[in-house]
Design a protein around this ligand. Structure first.
Ligand SMILES: CC(C)(COP(=O)(O)OP(=O)(O)OC[C@H]1O[C@@H](n2cnc3c(N)ncnc32)[C@H](O)[C@@H]1OP(=O)(O)O)[C@@H](O)C(=O)NCCC(=O)NCCS
Length: 179
């Protein structure tokens, strides 16, 4: 419980906000869970977790969006991130803005990712006026692909992700987009 928290926007059960320093340990705990990170090449270190949060804060300052820190409104407890972020790795569809998510395993299967991603997509299209939102996941991450479908994104094609090219399990990714 963090006292009075101001959110940028909310959905029925979730609040979306910029990052703060006491999120570091909580995100690091999520990042250290092998099941949460099953479809990533490695577990982020504490230093990488800090760097990620710094990058998100910088992007928020500069662009007004990032992968937002997400709290449950019921108790203002941090449960992970859902949001949008610029991607500049080399691919046919980049530079672009993508939507992404990572939720604490104890909060899975409650509909939080679907609810939060729907809200972030709406915020990106209607408040930030970004016309194209992409989503990317390794093809084997079917749960994540299912969230993309449930929020109304449409599959474009599969591609070899340049940052995962050395990882045979993860390199083939699906690309989704809003229109
Ligand atoms: C992928 C991930 C974000 C899904 O989070 P989640 O909050 O469990 O997702 P949801 O609860 O919205 O959806 C999962 C299931 O919950 C169920 N569910 C339970 N209550 C629900 C509700 N009230 N509303 C909607 N779905 C609900 C649904 O049946 C859904 O199953 P379905 O996919 O077969 O429809 C989560 O597993 C995660 O963080 N994974 C690791 C990180 C990751 O892979 N990120 C993507 C990298 S590309």
């Amino acid at each position: 419980m963090d006292g009075v928290v101001t959110y940028l926007f909310t959905s029925d059960r979730l609040g979306f906000r910029n990052w703060k320093s006491n999120d570091i340990d909580k995100l690091f705990k999520i990042n250290s869970d092998r099941e949460v990170m099953e479809f990533f090449p490695s577990l982020p270190t504490k230093a990488e977790t800090i760097l990620f949060i710094e990058r998100m804060k910088d992007q928020f300052q500069e662009k007004g969006f990032c992968y937002f820190a997400v709290d449950k409104l019921a108790n203002n407890e941090f449960i992970g991130f859902i949001g949008i972020s610029e991607q500049t790795y080399k691919a046919d569809f980049t530079p672009c803005v993508d939507i992404g998510w990572r939720i604490d395993r104890k909060e899975w299967n409650k509909g939080f990712a679907t609810e939060g991603a729907k809200k972030c997509l709406d915020y990106a299209l209607n408040n930030l006026k970004i016309s194209k939102i992409y989503a990317v996941a390794p093809k084997i991450n079917v749960k994540s692909e299912h969230i993309m479908e449930k929020i109304g994104l449409k599959k474009q094609y599969e591609f070899e992700h340049p940052l995962l090219i050395d990882n045979n399990l993860l390199k083939t990714c699906v690309l989704y987009r809003n229109e």
